[in-house]
Every structure is written in structure tokens, then in C-alpha cells.
Design a protein around this ligand. Structure first.
Ligand code: CUA
Length: 165
């Protein structure tokens, strides 16, 4: 009947509209997620593996306590080792507005290297050096926490970054 035909045409329009709408939402969600991962989570620029000797990176001179190395007029490298249950170094000073490259490894188990209030978040793994760049735009105190459960004092695994004006 004509009524049925009209009904089906209308139903098909609605169906096409919603299929299209859902596809658009999926595309936007994907683009949005990628944007968030790349621009908000900090760029993990590289990892280096030492598969034959997982303790090797943590033993390297650069990873001994207190390493903040000036690498250019406005850039610094920070070498950070996670151990159950502390970060070394546990207090660092960096200047506001400088590009900081963090080199992160673990001397024992997996730890989660997260700088609160920033997008920096990567996993500290034995035998692997993870790299992430970040620029602190404001002076102040930032805490590095461990966001990967690593045992009894996981919650106490906190270091401080003091960003000097
Ligand atoms: Cu280290 Cu949790």
C-alpha cells in the first residue's frame, strides 16, 4: 500500500541518518583519542632495550642519583630510576619553560612514572629506558607518583620536581 511505501522510505532515511551519525561519532572519537594520546600524554619519543641484562640501564652512570644534565641553552635531561619503593633522584630542580627530556628505567619491577598535573605518564621497566619530553610552563611543586602497583609501599613511592621561576 502507499502508506507502507511511505513508511519504509521514511524508515530508511532514519536508518541512513543514524548509520551515518554513528560513523561520524566513531571517527571523531578516534581522532579525539589520538589527539589526546599524542598531545596530552606527552610524546614517548623512544625506548631502548637491554634484553640481555635488565639491570644494565640502572647501573649506568647517567642513572646514578641526582642526575639532571643540562643539554642545551634551554634543555635538560633527567635520568630517573624506579626501585621498590622510591624514585631516584627523589628531588630535582628544573627551570620553568625549559624542555626536559626524562629518561626512565627501573632497577627491579614495573613502576608507573606519572607526573601529577601533567600529561607525563609512562611505565618504568627493567632493561628498558623510556623517553618522554615535557616543558613545565609554571613554576611550582610537581609530584612524581608510581601508578603501577609494585608492592607494600607502592603508595609511598613519591618524588618531587621543583620547577624554579
Ligand atoms: Cu612503584 Cu608502585
Amino acid at each position: 500500500s502507499p502508506f507502507d511505501a511511505a513508511f519504509h522510505a521514511s524508515a530508511e532515511r532514519h536508518e541512513r541518518f543514524w548509520i551515518f551519525g554513528v560513523l561520524v561519532m566513531l571517527v571523531l572519537l578516534t581522532i579525539g583519542t589520538m589527539f589526546y594520546v599524542v598531545h596530552d600524554y606527552g610524546l614517548v619519543t623512544g625506548t631502548q632495550s637491554y634484553a640481555t641484562d635488565p639491570q644494565a640501564p640502572a647501573r649506568e652512570a647517567a642513572f646514578q642519583d641526582g642526575k639532571v644534565v643540562r643539554t642545551g641553552p634551554n634543555s635538560y635531561a633527567v635520568y630517573m630510576v624506579g626501585r621498590a619503593w622510591h624514585w631516584a633522584p627523589d628531588v630535582i630542580h628544573v627551570p620553568e619553560g625549559a624542555e626536559i627530556t626524562f629518561y626512565v628505567t627501573s632497577a627491579d619491577v614495573l613502576h608507573g612514572f606519572e607526573i601529577q598535573g601533567t600529561p607525563v605518564n609512562l611505565t618504568a621497566m627493567p632493561g628498558v629506558v623510556g623517553t618522554v619530553k615535557y616543558t613545565f610552563r609554571h613554576a611550582g611543586l610537581f609530584r612524581i607518583i608510581c601508578n603501577e602497583y609494585c608492592g607494600m609501599f607502592h603508595h609511598a613511592m613519591v618524588a618531587r620536581i621543583i620547577v624554579d621561576p
